[in-house]
Design a protein. Structure first.
Ligand code: PEP
Length: 251
């Protein structure tokens, strides 16, 4: 099980420090669950100094696909490693929708993340129109195949997938446990096809989309649901700690 918090563009330095300290004391060191938080770039260094030695890892929310160079406003994989990141979220639907991130870009970023020993959390998920047209399986299949294109089997063993239906992100509308299990099972079969039985079964598939303390347990109980990518509820120490507890109980 892995529970990762995506803070998005929230919390300045003081607020990031305060939340991180609260999470370290309320979460402790879970036995069976990996926990990560993904603050904004400018908060990473300070966050890591609080997290260091705790049971919580750190990730970034995005990165550029190049080593360095004239890419104003961008951040590289090696920079993220240097400040203590273990994970990097790639292809979040907000990046795809507002910043034109395509599957091809995501795959180049995933390969680059591996070159710098960052574990990518690759996000996929259909829009409401695609779900209403019953096209969710085909849409997600194309995203998975193209976003993971070029990754080797050994890179697949250091990879996390996050299924986040766009209509459930930040809307308070959660996919039903049945919808989640059905999509995760579909993604599992694709991962087995792409990376083989051993690696394909070992990849954590997270669900994201309005996960809260009140619905985490029923989602985590489903097969092929290996944890959650949490947005809004990750900004509250008590709520996030409670979701981590649900993962511990389900593990
Ligand atoms: C997310 O943005 O990854 C997310 C799942 O957000 P929320 O939990 O707020 O729906």
């Amino acid at each position: 099980m892995l529970v990762a918090g995506n803070w998005k563009m929230n919390l300045d330095l003081a607020a990031a420090r305060q939340l991180t300290a609260g999470l370290v004391s309320s979460i402790g060191k879970p036995e069976k669950t990996l926990v990560a938080i993904c603050p904004p770039f400018v908060d990473l260094d300070a966050t890591y100094s609080i997290l260091h030695g705790s049971g919580i890892r750190m990730g970034a929310q995005n990165m550029h696909e190049s080593d360095s160079g004239a890419y104003t406003g961008e951040v590289s994989a090696s920079m993220l490693r240097a400040v203590g990141c273990h994970y990097v979220i790639l292809g979040h639907s907000e990046r795809r929708e507002y910043f034109g991130e395509t599957n091809e870009i995501v795959s180049r970023k995933a390969i680059q993340a591996h070159r710098h020993r960052l574990v990518p959390i690759v996000c996929v998920g259909e829009s409401l129109a695609q779900r209403d047209a019953d096209r969710q399986n085909a849409v997600v299949e194309e995203q998975v195949r193209q976003s993971l294109d070029g990754l080797t089997v050994s890179q697949g063993s250091e990879l996390v997938l996050a299924y986040e239906p766009v209509w459930a992100i930040g809307t308070g509308r959660t996919a039903s446990p049945e919808q989640v299990e059905s999509m995760h099972t579909h993604i599992r079969s694709l991962l087995v096809e792409l990376f083989g039985q051993k690696t394909g079964y070992a990849i954590d598939i997270l669900y994201g989309g309005s996960v809260k303390p009140g619905n985490a347990s029923e989602l985590f109980a489903r097969s092929n649901v290996d944890g959650g990518l949490i947005g809004g509820a990750a900004l509250n120490a008590e709520d996030f700690a409670s979701i981590v507890k649900s993962a511990e109980l389900a593990a």
